[in-house]
Design a protein around this ligand. Structure first.
Ligand SMILES: Cc1cc2nc3c(=O)[nH]c(=O)nc-3n(C[C@H](O)[C@H](O)[C@H](O)COP(=O)(O)OP(=O)(O)OC[C@H]3O[C@@H](n4cnc5c(N)ncnc54)[C@H](O)[C@@H]3O)c2cc1C
Length: 429
């Protein structure tokens, strides 16, 4: 077995959080040595285009997805990018990691930024050809190829993978049926009334839904040909299962770190071991707005958390306080969401969906828990401020009735409101 490669910092995982952590470390410490170890064959790349532009256009090269310009890692003198090596063991006593090829790396500070893997559906036929999940660039390329030769798809789950793929596959001329176990579409991302509107918008584009339904089996001789949903058989050329992801937290659990659906970290990104950190999709961190611990699977969170934890590993001690947002683009709509739309039991609209800039306010027990913006990206910061203030239904009804020029006006009133309310800032869930 080769001797350990010794570095100042080890980063396990090669996604956006890992790449951002390299930047974070460098911002504080220009001279340290860093190794980034990923099991993928590519340097860190952006995943959002995998369900959007990359999937829609046949000739997009992989290098356009790279987080850093092509060749960036090779040009760095003290950053080593190790591709195609899965870390199997993390030893918190010797502060080493061992890869599947038997290579050992050691450092006094280790970051785990291993993200997640797409969840499989455990029903008969899940291993037939033509049944895909989507997490990697290879997955996206395979789905794109199947879409080019196909005409009908079944998408399992009306979350972001199912909803974005329905839009992207429509662009390929592939008709989609989306099967969702809950009673409404995009339940984690949209408050109830916007969810209803979105379903109708999709149906207007030719997408069909089977809500409150589950998959009994995938059928076909070698390749999937149909999907059984209750008494119905849906013929198809391809299936994409988008039922969420599981965090890749196995090495942390085996190392004895605190793990519960993700690696538990404090507000600085430190795990239950003082010199081992976690960031991005895999980390369960203290929620700065809603209280408790949470895990976020969004691009902005991966970038900002990775960077901040990188800085903290290199000697800073800055708490993570961002209320991150999720973005999407489906058909002709842009979406930006902050907060927790899934908690909403009520929706208040500012503007009309599909009629120019619009905001849907999600309320939970009379308090704002989420803002979802349609075609209104400029209102993002105001939306964040409103959710942070957890403003009341009263204020929002008042706003909906007024002819506001921008959400900024409302956010300003919310700040006044918050200043008057001694309870705001407490988690009320
Ligand atoms: C198809 C798709 C579309 C998305 N679209 C959006 C969007 O529109 N908007 C938005 O806000 N967010 C979106 N996201 C979410 C966003 O991309 C993720 O939040 C972000 O990629 C998380 O980054 P990460 O670095 O934490 O994890 P990941 O990107 O999952 O990176 C983790 C890396 O670690 C590697 N790894 C795992 N285990 C090991 C190991 N043991 N050894 C070595 N390497 C390992 C993995 O292979 C992977 O390369 C999308 C995600 C996907 C999959």
């Amino acid at each position: 077995m080769p001797g350990p490669g010794v570095f100042d910092f080890l980063i396990v995982g090669g996604g956006l959080a890992a790449a951002a952590a390299v930047d974070g470390i460098r911002e504080v410490d220009a001279d340290s040595t860093i190794a980034l170890i990923t099991d993928e064959s590519e340097p860190p790349y952006q995943r959002p285009p995998l369900s959007k532009e990359f999937l829609q256009y046949p000739d997009v090269p992989r290098s356009l997805l790279y987080v850093k310009p092509e060749g960036w890692f090779e040009e760095q003198e003290r950053v080593e990018l190790v591709t195609g090596q899965k870390v199997l063991v993390l030893d918190p006593v010797t502060m080493t990691v061992t890869t599947a090829r038997g290579n050992v790396f050691r450092a006094p500070r280790i970051l785990i930024a291993t993200g997640g893997r797409a969840r499989q559906l455990d029903v008969p036929g899940h291993d037939l050809e033509g049944v895909y999940t989507l997490r990697t660039v290879e997955d996206s390329e395979a789905i794109r190829e199947a879409a080019i030769g196909g005409s009908r798809s079944v998408l399992v789950g009306a979350g972001f993978v199912g909803m974005e793929l329905a839009a992207s596959l429509t662009a390929h001329g592939v008709a989609s049926t989306v099967v969702e176990s809950q009673k409404r579409v995009w339940p984690r991302m949209l408050p109830p009334d916007l969810s209803r509107w979105m379903r109708a918008h999709y149906e207007g584009k030719g997408v069909s839904f089977r809500l409150d339904s589950s998959i009994d089996r995938f059928a076909g001789r070698q390749r999937v040909e149909e999907v059984e949903v209750g008494a119905e058989l849906l013929p198809c050329d391809l299936v994409v299962v988008g039922v969420g992801m599981d965090p890749c937290d196995g090495i942390a659990r085996d190392a004895g770190l605190a793990v519960a659906d993700g690696i538990r970290v404090d507000t600085f990104g430190e795990t239950s071991h003082p010199h081992i950190y976690a960031a991005g999709d895999v980390a369960r961190f203290p929620d700065p707005v809603f209280g408790g611990h949470t895990r976020v699977e969004h691009w902005e969170h991966a970038r900002e958390h990775g960077r901040l934890v990188g800085r903290n590993m290199a000697g800073e001690r800055v708490p993570y306080e961002l209320l991150s947002y999720f973005f999407s683009r489906v058909f002709d709509l842009s979406l930006n969401a902050v907060g927790r739309p899934a908690l909403a039991d009520e929706t208040v609209f500012w503007g009309e969906p599909g009629e120019g800039p619009c905001a849907a306010f999600g309320l939970s027990k009379g308090r704002l828990c989420a803002v979802v913006l349609l075609d209104a990206p400029a209102e993002l910061e105001a939306g964040r401020a409103l959710v942070r203030a957890r403003v009341s239904a009263e204020l929002l009804y008042d706003a909906a009735g007024r002819d506001l020029v921008s959400l900024r006006d409302l956010a300003d009133s919310a700040t006044e409101y918050r200043d008057r309310d001694p309870e705001t800032g407490d988690s009320n869930e």
